[in-house]
Design a protein around this ligand. Structure first.
Ligand code: GLA
Length: 360
């Protein structure tokens, strides 16, 4: 990449000025990352949000594949959409905001009646993280969540490292330690549009999910406890299909989710073979997702309502972005059959997720 390229593409990234503000005595900033092969990212330490990802498309143009804002205020106003954010302590829902641990019942804030969603009243998405940028590819974010913050036991220390790699991927490494047994489920809530943020709906993107099963939910989006085969349902993306082909099917699960808002049981969570492959129908950009997590929440922007002006003055219109939140299954603390989300003192929780980009 030449210097001229760098300057040209940098102009596509939001300016730092929209993000510089102190919240509760902590400085919010926007950080730029770049990979050796041209990919660039902008990430803020406000909720660890991925603001922009610039990727080269088939015709050589840089495309920003992240639906987001060019200022902090946009993120604060749209907080219930969790745009681009790190999610914790517990990503996704906990039924009735309650769980038992070592015989004691814990109660959480109900922010998605009748459940707790994405950590409670003030989740990790709205915290100012401490940030260190050891080199131009990497951003290290840390957050100390005090014992009983949002009703969860244990002092929890979380470290999330974002790296833009030479292989055109955004790699996210998660680590957490606690001093008391506690439940955690850490993820990122980036909203993608591979044709470019603000370029219309994602319904024609081609989606492939390497999952034979998913976790069906009740009307409040809590898993009913069993895993079900995707075969013969609108949830079968084992062969590549446009996202929108079956999104309005007369199917109870689709109705409960107002579209896709479901957890897939990944066949082979790993960092070698993609768990998901998505293609932007107009850009030809391909995104491959790799993760060590057992599940992924596929969400089709069903609650995007066009209420907020995003980058480039585009509204956050209905289904103009999708999320692939790598995670443990929803409500795992109350569902003993699901892979465990208990973290104990002396152990280190670790997971890694990669969003890798290629062109056709
Ligand atoms: C997750 C949830 C959705 C919704 C979005 C944000 O994907 O499962 O129901 O809350 O976050 O709006």
């Amino acid at each position: 990449m030449t210097d001229t390229d760098t300057i040209a593409t940098s102009k596509l990234l939001p300016a730092t000025t929209g993000f510089e503000q102190a919240i509760d005595g902590k400085q919010v900033k926007l950080f730029y990352l770049k990979g050796k092969n041209g990919m660039q990212a902008a990430i803020t330490n406000y909720g660890g949000r991925v603001v922009s990802l610039l990727v080269k498309s088939a015709n050589g143009k840089m495309v920003d594949v992240i639906a987001g804002f060019d200022n902090l205020k946009g993120y604060q106003q749209s907080s219930s959409n969790y745009y681009g954010a790190l999610i914790g302590r517990y990503g996704n829902r906990i039924a009735n905001g309650k769980f038992k641990l070592d015989g004691k019942e814990y109660s959480l804030f109900i922010n998605n009646a009748p459940n707790t969603l994405h950590g409670g009243k003030v989740g990790f998405d709205s915290k100012v993280w401490d940030a260190v940028q050891p080199n131009e590819h990497t951003l290290e974010l840390t957050y100390h969540s005090a014992d009983m913050e949002e009703g969860f036991p244990g002092n929890l220390d979380v470290k999330v490292t974002y790296t833009v790699t030479r292989y055109n991927s955004l790699e996210i490494n998660y680590e957490a330690k606690t001093d008391k047994p506690t439940f955690i489920n850490l993820t990122n809530h980036a909203y993608f549009n591979l044709n470019g943020a603000g370029s219309g709906t994602i319904l024609k993107h081609i989606m492939q999910i390497n999952a034979d099963e998913y976790t069906p939910v009740n009307k409040d989006l809590i898993p009913v406890g069993k895993v079900a085969s995707v075969k013969g349902t609108p949830f079968d993306f084992r062969a590549p299909l446009p996202i929108g082909d079956r999104i309005n099917d007369d199917n109870e699960q689709i109705k409960f989710g107002h579209g896709y808002d479901h957890n897939y049981v990944l066949n082979h969570p790993n960092t070698q073979v993609p768990v998901v492959t998505v293609i932007g129908d107009q850009s030809g950009l391909i995104m491959k997702v790799f993760t060590t997590q057992p599940g992924i929440q596929f969400y089709t922007g069903n609650f995007m309502k066009g209420d907020f002006k995003m980058k480039g003055d585009q509204p956050d219109a209905y289904r103009t972005a999708f999320c692939l939140e790598t995670q443990h299954y929803p409500d795992s603390p109350n569902q003993p059959a699901f892979p465990p989300t208990l973290l104990e003192p002396g152990k280190v929780f670790k997971s890694v997720t990669l969003y890798q980009f290629e062109r056709k």
